[in-house]
Unconditional design. Structure first.
Length: 192
């Protein structure tokens, strides 16, 4: 995606050694027109699938999923919760995910009321590193007997293990709008 490529190159900040900060359009401030184009691109790619639900993870995934869902017919968004809450939900699926950016484990959960065997799910996230968040969401879908129709991310780091792990563990390809090959002297090298 040309506009995304431009944003990453012009606004992305490389934080050594392997993190790209993209707060100006993806993780803090949201570029709505960019998100609309991202949503249309995901819809085109997955147009042959019958998707009734987009599953993502809080927080950055939510805005993305909501805008993307507008491009699919009758598609709801469910986001996986990370934080423990006083409002407990006995009827929930849980999985442990290792956070790449915080380097800690957390329990992710989704209510069984909002994910079940009738669901045909597109899993979406903002970034892919080692695949922990996506594989956690895949595990929640498995527990709920929902069908995973596809996996999409806005930016994948091709030099980390996520894409390979996801293919090996789920049999599914990750559709990434941009893939980072690496960083060189503070600049982002994108896959052609
Ligand atoms: P994974 O679960 O694939 O190891 O890591 C992906 C998650 O960590 C994403 O949900 C994203 O929030 C965060 N993340 C991993 N690497 C980066 C990065 O380089 N930049 C940003 N902005 N987020 C990242």
């Amino acid at each position: 995606m040309k506009i995304l490529e431009k944003k990453i190159k012009e606004e992305g900040q490389v934080l050594e050694p392997d993190i790209l900060k993209v707060d100006s359009f993806l993780n803090h401030q949201i570029d709505v027109s960019l998100f609309q184009e991202i949503g249309q691109t995901f819809q085109k790619h997955f147009s042959d699938k019958k998707i009734n639900k987009i599953l993502t993870i809080e927080a950055s995934g939510i805005g993305l999923a909501v805008i993307c869902a507008q491009n699919f017919d009758n598609c709801k968004v469910v986001f996986v919760k990370k934080a423990a809450s006083k409002i407990t939900d006995d009827h929930a699926y849980t999985t442990t995910i290792h956070s790449f950016t915080k380097n800690t484990d957390y329990i992710a959960r989704v209510s069984a009321d909002y994910l079940n065997e009738d669901d045909h799910v597109l899993i979406l996230d903002d970034f892919l590193a080692n695949g922990e968040a996506i594989l956690g969401m895949y595990d929640l879908c498995q527990q709920a007997h929902a069908t995973v129709e596809g996996i999409g991310v806005v930016i994948a780091k091709g030099f980390q293990s996520g894409m390979t792990r996801i293919k090996q563990e789920t049999g599914l390809d990750v559709y990434a709008l941009e893939v980072i090959e690496g960083f060189e002297k503070g600049k982002v090298i994108l896959r052609k």
